[in-house]
Design a protein around this ligand. Sequence first.
Ligand SMILES: *Cc1c(COP(=O)(O)O)cnc(C)c1O
Length: 404
Amino acid sequence: MAEVFKGSFTQQEPIPEAGIAAAVEVMRHGRLHRYNTAPGETAQTVLLEQEFAASVGAKYCLAVASGGYAMATALRAVGVKPGDRVLTNAFTLAPVPGAVAAVGAVPVFVGVTDQLVIDLDDLAAKAHQARVLLLSHMRGHICDMERLMAICDAAGITVIEDCAHTMGAAWNGKPSGTWGTVGCYSCQTYKHINSGEGGLFITDDADVAARAIMYSGSYMLYERHRAGPPKEAFETIRYETPNISGRMDNLRAAILRPQLADLARQVARWNERYFALEAGLRDIPGLRVIDRPEAESIVGSSIQFMLDGWDGAAVQEALARCLARGVELKWFGGAEPVGFTSRYDSWRYVDAPAMPDSDRVLSGIVDMRVPLTFTLDDCALIARIIREEIGALYQSGAVAADGA
Ligand SMILES: *Cc1c(COP(=O)(O)O)cnc(C)c1O
């Protein structure tokens, strides 16, 4: 009988006991608001900010309500105004163009390569169109960051990094999120540390940090931030910066701190699973794995593979066959957004020109989450099922749309 996978692609691990205990302590004392502290007490939120800043080597860190809030705050803090154009990835998830729209700015999409990173030739060609790039390290794929920064520095473009999928990852040893002016992270359940909702914002720029703290709703209590800039940085901006509340609370910070302390171990566990899957998916006829560059230290919390040149009906047939055996795959090539798989032309509030080269790539991207609740045996089983179903379908000859 054919093997069936019984696990869940959306089940994360529980919150570690240390996080549960710390959360209960916060609930017992009742001071959940980050600025509500007893004499001599340092808020959990403040400690999380210090620890996160230290973990990536950033000068300043601000904990906020979500990754999307961190990105919109970053755009505001670097001076993006309504009507401005902001470069961003055509291949990303909806909160990224949504953050641009949240500040009244207009996304200009940059294409995706067949290695699933931003197309740097397209970026160079469009560099004159905007002063800011919101760069999404979508699904953890990191582009050549030296080249990207060279293009942006030459064009006077400020870079904001969306690190929702790269917390714990690096390019050439330098942490993702520290290349641009701001790094934005999400602490939502499907990311690398989990407080249900939450976000982190890092920068080395005192003015940008001060503005972000004011935006997040610090009232005039910014001196309580230990991972914030000196109070001189607030001198004028404190009068100019509106409060657009989006603070993180002490309960979430308490849950996150033990997870952050354990992140390196979790990254190693994700990567064991990722590379077990990758090994199992190699040399399947009709299927291409994405070779990860040497310079990239990844966090394999999801995996993508390509069905290059398959027609849409065949991809759907392949996914249906895998699903019948318990393997839930997502496809970025669908005409309609389903779950998280929307694409640049699904965001119809943006007047985006067609991008045929990116369309060709998007139409082949198959995506799978890799929760830590999977065992290595699970990963091997999933890869076997994909091999049997997708390999067989390809070899039946019913799949090639364009002879690929
Ligand atoms: C999840 C996610 C975000 C933002 O996260 P939220 O915390 O849900 O707002 C940003 N970018 C990408 C690519 C994401 O997947």
